[in-house]
Design a protein around this ligand. Structure first.
Ligand SMILES: [Zn+2]
Ligand SMILES: [Zn+2]
Length: 233
């Protein structure tokens, strides 16, 4: 296996969605690089300006990461947002739209590359995935399935079957968690059953990343309307 393959294999050996987890590390790394090296980089600052300081999700991630690491502190964030406020105040009386978030674009690009790299190495990664506790989230399963249909269709059915089994296993664990939470249960829920709660959320919704949150909002508008009509609100 090549270097990219080894890196992907490690992700598939782990727990939860391997792609979300790679992207979470990537996102944190990019935020760290911005805070550590690029606070005064004019090119990066221009990209911040286009969105008036990132999307809400990434603006708060930047703040959280800066606040939780003494290496960064608040200075970098202060410099960036002083500039953003200055930019905003300059056109205070004009209606200004907000462009694409720089970090959302970076993560989406990385996501595309990873999904393609996985689809190309499915013969080596599928057996690892089948035998590990990893469960692709719905978004990443669907993206990977789309890529496999184009590049490696022989694996489509195997990936579907693997996902179905993994989700059934999670459902069984949740069922047992519920049963064993009953006061008449002798042993109470096991660690594995308790952990299945968070992995079930991850399997359907992915990790709280910009790609999962921002995209959901865009699609949710139509869905919300549907629900309202259905409930006759
Ligand atoms: Zn995912
Ligand atoms: Zn963003």
């Amino acid at each position: 296996m090549d270097l990219v393959g080894i890196y992907l294999r490690e992700a598939f050996e782990g727990e939860g969605c391997p792609i979300c987890r790679i992207l979470q590390r990537f996102e944190e790394g990019e935020i760290g690089t911005i805070l550590y090296e690029h606070v005064n980089d004019p090119a990066v600052r221009e990209r911040f300006k286009a969105s008036l300081g990132l999307c809400p999700y990434h603006a708060w991630r930047l703040f959280e990461i800066a606040s939780s690491n003494p290496l960064y502190g608040g200075l970098g964030v202060a410099i960036i947002y002083e500039h953003m406020l200055r930019t905003y105040l300059k056109s205070f009386n004009e209606a200004t739209g907000e462009g694409r978030c720089h970090l959302c674009s970076l993560v989406e690009e990385k996501e595309r590359l990873i999904v393609t790299a996985i689809a190309e190495r499915m013969d080596e990664l599928l057996p690892v995935y089948r035998n590990s506790r990893a469960v692709l989230c719905k978004r990443h399963y669907e993206l990977l399935l789309g890529e496999l249909e184009k590049r490696n269709p022989a694996f489509v059915d195997q990936l579907k079957e693997t996902r179905r089994k993994k989700l059934e296993n999670l459902r069984n664990l949740l069922e047992r968690f519920i049963e064993n939470s009953d006061y008449r249960s002798e042993r109470g829920p096991s660690v594995e059953e308790s952990r299945a709660i968070r992995f079930s959320i991850e399997a359907l919704k992915g990790l709280p990343l910009g790609i999962n949150i921002t995209n959901f909002d865009a699609k949710a508008k139509g869905r919300k309307r549907g629900i309202r009509l259905g409930w006759k609100v």
